[in-house]
Design a protein around this ligand. Structure first.
Ligand SMILES: [Zn+2]
Length: 185
């Protein structure tokens, strides 16, 4: 079967997305909300991951946080739920384990906590970062492991203020080009 032009386009767009970004983007939107619980396990987990990334050993704290949260908060448990689709397929999605009405904030927390855990399982939780420009600090999804700034404008501003960096960068690029040439020949 041939894909219609629009379908092919959608598919192409989907293929261009970056691993984990589909989970990271809504998680960041959640962390930017001001109506979150004060003692937010999701925020804590992301923060501990950030500190681990910058060299502080927060592994025990992370292990405790996850195991304690899972143990003490059954309202955040998820389980696979199977259902029929109108198109004649069967799908399995994750749904809450606890039945009955759930307060809206708990329902949100359930989704975001599990998103954070999936990212951690995939080794991608550290891609949620704060922009390294001191007066910015905006949360962003790092598409590449080396991304440190939420936007090019922030990166350029920091680099422009640091002549040493520019010099090093120039030398680094020169070495890269040389290595490339050697590879080609
Ligand atoms: Zn920034």
């Amino acid at each position: 079967m041939l894909l219609s032009r629009t379908k092919a386009k959608t598919l192409k767009r989907r293929l261009r997305t970056f691993t984990g970004e589909d989970l990271g983007t809504p998680l960041i939107a959640y962390l930017e909300r001001t109506d979150r619980p004060t003692d937010d396990s999701v925020e804590k987990l992301v923060e501990l991951m950030g500190r681990l990334r910058s060299g502080e050993d927060t592994r025990d704290e992370m292990v405790d946080l996850i195991n304690q949260t899972v143990k003490n908060r059954p309202e955040l448990w998820m389980m696979p739920v199977a259902s029929r689709t109108p198109e004649g397929m069967v799908t399995v999605t994750d749904g809450p384990v606890s039945s009955g009405p759930v307060p809206r904030m708990i329902a949100t927390l359930l989704v975001e906590w599990n998103r954070a855990l999936v990212l951690l399982k995939r080794g991608l939780l550290d891609r949620i970062r704060r922009c390294a420009k001191a007066d910015c600090g905006k949360l962003f999804w790092a598409r590449f492991s080396h991304s440190e700034y939420h936007a090019d404008a922030c990166r350029l501003a920091v680099e422009a203020a640091n002549p040493e960096y520019k010099k090093n960068r120039r030398e680094y690029m020169r070495r890269q080009r040389k290595a490339q040439k050697r590879k080609k020949s």
